[in-house]
Design a protein around this ligand. Structure first.
Ligand SMILES: NC(=O)c1ccc[n+]([C@@H]2O[C@H](COP(=O)([O-])OP(=O)(O)OC[C@H]3O[C@@H](n4cnc5c(N)ncnc54)[C@H](O)[C@@H]3O)[C@@H](O)[C@H]2O)c1
Length: 332
């Protein structure tokens, strides 16, 4: 297979972002776009030169696709993902699903099980870590430059006044931050959380989460929908030194524990491989990587940001919600 024949299900803003990435990728062929709202499917079809469908079943009946992006939304931005993901997997297609894999963790488990049963790739669009500075930081962790991992501090906040449900903020935003934490520290073992909401909000829009990882490292996440413009900062400390990754892709600093120079790296300049002109470019890096991993046939358990990772983030989120509701530490 030289190119991946792709369809997209859900042509809102994010579906159109995926469409733009596939259209510009010489390794992908965007064949079909699908939305239950006819005008959205038609507009995207015209813009990207694809065929419009108004139901997943019709698209699967008429097109020979290799893979789909599922970019629907729904309750807590993930309630509509389950049905189209299961339809596509049942039809033998690889699936890249937007986050959260599902806002219902039982359904997320079923999606991962179905992909396993059908021996198909299931990816999650956890795009925040698909940037050169994150790859460099990960190499440092894997090569032992940081020594043994001690702790991680993660901050992620954006302005989001939406009031859809009490746990919208936990479930819709923090697949990203928790995925970044697991990228460096591995899977989590135990979780504890507090949450607060300003007067008048029904959504628990500020969270403070503590995690113990399987490898013994510990971590903390501060999340907010009230604290202003995008802030994302990740600090990882080990027995040999620590790094700070500022604003997803902008600046990475290594501080040796004893002696040695502080190392500072920046977003590659425009025109250089890996440059990010803005947060939107994380979609380009992530989706191109997905296309190449599927085409290369990498072992299913080795694909980056797989359904298993998307599910692991949802498991922590549900554990954090339970911890907050019960005032206990929750084993995952
Ligand atoms: N990775 C990121 O950085 C990032 C950023 C923002 C949003 N997202 C995610 O992207 C997803 C989409 O967000 P959005 O803002 O584009 O949502 P949206 O509501 O604007 O668009 C979703 C579209 O899906 C369509 N749809 C729903 N069910 C369908 C079905 N069964 N078949 C066909 N079409 C269907 C709807 O009609 C709608 O047009 C969400 O899951 C959200 O969490 C990811």
């Amino acid at each position: 297979m030289d190119t991946l024949k792709v369809g997209i299900i859900g042509m809102g803003g994010i579906g159109n972002t995926h469409a733009g990435v596939y259209s510009d990728d010489e390794k992908a062929d965007l064949i079909a776009v699908c939305d239950i709202i006819k005008e959205k499917a038609d507009a995207a079809a015209e813009k990207f030169g694809a065929t419009a469908y108004y139901s997943v079943a019709e698209m699967l009946k008429h097109e020979k696709l290799d893979a789909v992006s599922v970019t629907t939304a729904g309750q807590e931005n993930g309630g509509d993902h389950f049905v189209p993901v299961m339809e596509a997997l049942e039809a033998g297609l690889h699936v890249l699903c937007e986050k959260p894999l599902s806002n219902d963790v039982a359904r997320a488990r079923e999606m991962v099980r179905k992909a396993e049963e059908k021996e198909l790739y299931l990816g999650t669009n956890l795009n925040h870590r698909f940037v050169p500075l994150a790859y460099k930081a990960k190499e440092w962790v894997d090569s032992g430059k940081l020594g043994d991992l001690l702790f991680i501090n993660m901050e992620l906040w954006i302005e989001n006044p939406n009031e859809t449900s009490p746990f919208f903020h936990f479930r819709a935003l923090h697949p990203h931050s928790l995925d970044v934490m697991m990228y460096y520290c591995g899977f989590a073992k135990r979780v504890h959380a507090f949450a607060m909401r300003p007067k008048g909000r029904i959504n628990w829009s500020n969270i403070s989460v503590n995690i113990e990882f399987e490898n013994g490292a510990i971590g903390h996440l501060s999340g907010s929908y009230d604290a202003g413009r995008l802030n994302e900062r990740c600090q990882v400390a080990g027995t040999g030194g620590q790094f700070v990754l500022d604003q997803v892709y902008e600046k990475l600093t290594f501080y040796p524990r004893r002696g040695g120079d502080v190392e500072v790296y920046h977003n590659p300049p425009e025109g250089e491989e890996g440059h990010c002109s803005g947060f939107g470019d994380t979609f380009i890096h992530r989706i191109r990587h997905w296309v190449r991993q599927v085409l290369a046939g990498v072992p299913r358990n080795e694909i980056d940001a797989s359904g298993v990772h998307g599910l692991a983030a949802q498991e922590i989120i549900e554990g954090a919600i339970k911890s907050f509701q019960t005032g206990t530490v929750v084993e995952l």
